[in-house]
Design a protein around this ligand. Structure first.
Ligand code: PA5
Length: 469
């Protein structure tokens, strides 16, 4: 078996496999196909009218050219690349690095073709202090890529303000241009203002592309290219998937089928969506998907303004690790989940398991087998066990993990999200609920003009001693 493209396998969600109560019958599949088909056309039309700008990213050759040019200028003098960003300004960068570079990339010089990569997507002081202590004099050979579309995200702004001061103190005002790349909006926002004022090197977050849909722009491409990832293949894979997910024949469109199945099971009470890769390299793509799915589909209102409170809860798991952590629940707990496995056919590196010790011949079944055979057998075994418990399972099949397949995967799930958004009749591109928390943080941190709001929040957070134990 070999796959030149990633493929979606959906037989194991059908009633034929998991039974009528928990599977999708052919009648139900036809019904959901009828509902989804016009939405493929609608989305294709919206895209044609420029309303879904992320769809064009794989074709924006000028972005990859600009990225490559900057990489050419900075690569030779950079031993460490530090990404400062959060949410959609970090998760794609982490996912590409974990998927496409070796596990020991940062530790082993032999295994890397670019700088070490660190992505700080939190404001955890001991974590940052530990890093800066380690960095020491290495600051001189470090590039900081601050990524923020708005520039006013507290976490990213705070990290950047620490680094900016450090650079000014240790290396002087000229160092900002040498050591910082700002990825932000082309025209507006706080980071744009800072970048213009300090004459920083800049890359753009394209207009109309939200953070979680931006990994195939300079947001994700710069750190990837700096670290030796083949961004041309990544984009070529996305273009290949674009052809498939634009297809108006529902039965040939993997994003439409994926979205439709997810939507159907959500409405059948399976409101939790578990993504479980069986390769460590894919674990952060599951994390990226978790944000894409949650922020895009978790919405209070539909497009007509009715309160709907919808959204599947995405969960990430890792095979085989989480077989020993989650599978008990997955098999015997509530039947409220749809599973999506990620399975890889070919491994670029493998190991033979050694012979069994004479005193432990019961381990002989493992002896001399490939480790990849064990991992993939565990995937099949877990899926078998879930099916036996009537749990519906999808699988995304990868021929191998390379930039081309990862580009396909990213685009497949982005378009799946757009179609799922249309099925739920919500706007998948905004995140109004995140804004309130951001504003509340500004107020608590003393932003002027927010004093009343800060008082209101503080009164809610005062500790009521009678509830303390
Ligand atoms: O997907 C999104 O839109 C968010 O997760 C943002 O990426 C995140 O909030 C960071 O925003 P910004 O890039 O403006 O700092």
């Amino acid at each position: 078996m070999g796959y030149s493209e990633i493929q979606l396998y959906y037989k194991n969600v059908t009633a034929e496999v998991v039974g009528e109560e928990h599977g999708i019958t052919s009648e139900q599949f036809k019904t959901i196909a009828q509902k989804t088909k016009p939405l493929i056309l609608k989305i294709n039309e919206e895209r044609k009218n420029g309303k879904i700008p992320y769809r064009e990213l794989p074709y924006k050759i000028e972005i990859s050219q600009q990225v490559e040019e900057l990489v050419g200028q900075l690569h030779y003098k950079c031993e460490n690349l530090v990404v400062l960003g959060i949410g959609g300004s970090a998760l794609g960068n982490i996912a590409l690095q974990t998927a496409l570079n070796p596990y020991m990339y940062n530790i082993d010089q032999e295994q890397r073709t670019g700088p070490r990569l660190f992505v700080f997507d939190n404001v955890d002081p001991p974590q940052f202090v530990s890093f800066l202590d380690w960095l020491g004099e290495g600051l001189e050979k470090t590039i900081f890529n601050v990524i923020s579309k708005s520039g006013r995200t507290s976490e990213t702004a705070a990290q950047f303000m620490i680094i900016r001061q450090l650079l000014l103190d240790k290396l002087g005002p000229e160092s900002l241009r040498e050591h910082v790349v700002a990825t932000t909006d082309a025209k507006q926002g706080t980071l744009r203002k800072i970048a213009d004022e300090s004459n920083l090197r800049c890359l753009e977050v394209p207009d109309g592309v939200g953070g979680r849909f931006s990994v195939l722009s300079a947001v994700g491409l710069f750190s990837a290219a700096m670290c030796g990832i083949d961004i041309d293949s990544l984009l070529a894979g996305a273009r290949d998937m674009d052809r498939r997910v634009s297809c108006e024949d529902f039965y040939k469109n993997p994003a439409a089928i994926n979205a439709a199945i997810n939507y159907h099971f959500y409405n059948q009470g399976k409101k939790i969506s578990v993504m479980m890769p069986y390769r460590y390299a894919l674990k952060d793509l599951a994390d990226w998907y978790r944000q894409l799915w949650a922020e895009s589909l978790g919405k209070r209102e539909d497009l007509a303004g009715n309160e709907v409170l919808v959204g599947p809860t995405p969960v990430k798991a890792l095979g085989a690790t989480d077989q020993h952590s989650q599978v008990q629940l997955y098999r015997e707990g509530p039947n409220d989940k749809l599973f999506t496995f990620l399975q890889v056919e070919n491994f670029d590196k493998d190991l033979k398991i050694g012979p069994s010790p004479d005193c432990a011949l019961e381990l002989d079944f493992l002896a001399d087998k490939d480790l990849s055979t064990l991992l993939n057998s565990e995937k099949i075994a877990t899926e078998y066990a879930l099916i036996e418990s009537k749990r519906p399972c999808l699988t995304v099949l990868f021929d191998k993990i390379n930039a081309y397949c990862v580009g396909q995967f990213i685009y497949l799930f982005e378009v799946t999200t757009s179609i799922a958004g249309a099925l739920f009749n919500i706007n998948p591109y905004d995140q109004p609920a995140v804004e309130l928390g951001k504003e509340a943080t500004f107020a608590l941190m003393g932003k002027s003009g927010s004093e009343d709001f800060a008082r209101q929040i503080r009164s809610l957070s005062e500790i009521d001693e009678s509830f303390l134990v």
